[in-house]
Design a protein around this ligand. Structure first.
Ligand code: MG
Length: 381
């Protein structure tokens, strides 16, 4: 009746492509631990990420739209879940390791500051002389150092493969825990996670952009990929409410990107024969056909110019920069205002890094409250 970990590992050996990462062959964890009776190493990584505090805080962190603008816009949690779902579909279809791809996507945004990329830019600027700030690096700090749940180590002690996926490519920064070995190409699962992230945010930003009225659907007609998909939907669905046509256009666009990625990747991966050859490859093995790649680039350019640079988004961005910069400077000038758990880390992580970790870990709401409490004389402390 019971499927053991050994059963799952045997299934992976039989079912997955030779180019896939297998849990039984994992590079392992920095602190050695015994195996779980009925979960593979990557399934355990996924579960550890899902049960972390940083994961729950994603719900109150901005993707593009601040949380009080409307309850149905994406936040970092729903972005992460959509990305994970897309990664699982791609990985499963290519006979890659679904658990590893899922674990990577669930963890990939844990290091994001409040208020989206605005927060990251500001912290990078403020930390310029202290090694800078980067959200991938911060996600690794969260899973390696900042989560405190286990008696024998700081962090979640994830496998090297999951940490490789979080790190993405290259790591020109200092990190106190041994980093995964660097190979010319990462696991295919790590690349799939990265593409799934892009498919998720491109589509939900389009969806939310139109839903919020910031993007004009008529002006999207200048984007070839959008136009093609939209025509296809109109033919297939026929006369229908605009709301349904719009939703179907997004559905069809996700489907087109995923299908193209799977087909093109299958073609490329066919030229390498096992995981070792994947890792040695100096050409990208996961990717789109030239046509779709071009179309997606045009669509992303459109989003950049018309959504991310929209004056209403920029207004929110400037406010966010101001709040994070005020918080960081106030704590740095007067560390006595910090809670003891942050001060306790000065000796281990350095003062500036401990403050950056604290600020980066905040949700949008907490940062706004804290800003008011610290700087508004009429607020209770
Ligand atoms: Mg993301």
């Amino acid at each position: 009746m019971i499927r053991t970990r050994q059963d799952l590992e045997r299934e992976e050996r039989e079912r997955l492509a030779p180019q896939a990462a297998r849990a039984a062959d994992s590079w392992g964890r920095v602190v050695p631990e015994g195996d779980h009776p009925y979960r593979t190493a990557f399934q355990r990584d996924r579960d550890r990420v899902l049960h972390s505090r940083a994961f729950r805080r994603l719900e109150y962190k901005t993707q593009v739209f601040v949380h009080h603008e409307g309850d149905h816009y994406r936040n970092r949690l729903t972005h992460t879940l959509e990305g994970a779902q897309i990664a699982r579909t791609i990985a499963r279809t290519l006979c890659l390791n679904e658990d590893l791809a899922e674990a990577v996507v669930l963890a990939h945004d844990l290091g994001h500051t409040p208020f989206g990329h605005a927060g990251e830019r500001v912290l990078h600027e403020l930390m310029r002389d202290e090694g800078g700030f980067d959200h991938n690096r911060q996600s690794l700090r969260v899973v390696d150092l900042l989560e405190e749940r286990y008696p024998g180590f700081r962090g979640l002690n994830l496998t090297m493969e999951t940490r490789e996926g979080i790190t993405k490519h290259g790591h020109a920064w200092e990190h106190p825990i041994p980093l995964p070995p660097e190979t010319p190409h990462t696991s295919l699962e790590a690349r799939v996670a990265d593409f799934a992230d892009e498919i998720a945010y491109t589509n939900h930003d389009l969806d939310d952009g139109i839903g919020s009225g910031l993007l004009d659907p008529a002006s999207l007609e200048e984007v070839a990929l959008w136009r093609e998909v939209r025509r296809e939907v109109e033919v297939r669905v026929g006369k229908s409410e605009e709301r349904v046509l719009h939703a179907q256009t997004i559905v069809t666009l996700i489907n087109r990107l995923v299908t193209d990625l799977v087909e093109e990747t299958a073609r490329r991966v066919d030229t390498v024969h096992d995981l070792e050859a994947v890792r040695a490859s100096d050409t990208p093995l996961v990717g789109y056909s030239d046509d779709v790649q071009r179309g997606l680039r045009e669509l992303k350019r459109f989003l950049f110019a018309n959504l991310y640079q929209h004056h209403q988004v920029i207004r929110a961005v400037r406010k966010a920069e101001r709040i994070l910069s005020d918080l960081f400077r106030t704590y740095r000038d007067d560390p006595a205002r910090l809670p003891p758990h942050v001060v306790a880390r000065f000796g281990v992580d350095g003062e500036a890094r401990a403050v950056a970790d604290y600020v980066a870990g905040m949700t949008d709401r907490f940062a706004l409250d804290e800003h008011r409490k610290l700087l508004d004389p009429h607020e209770p402390v």
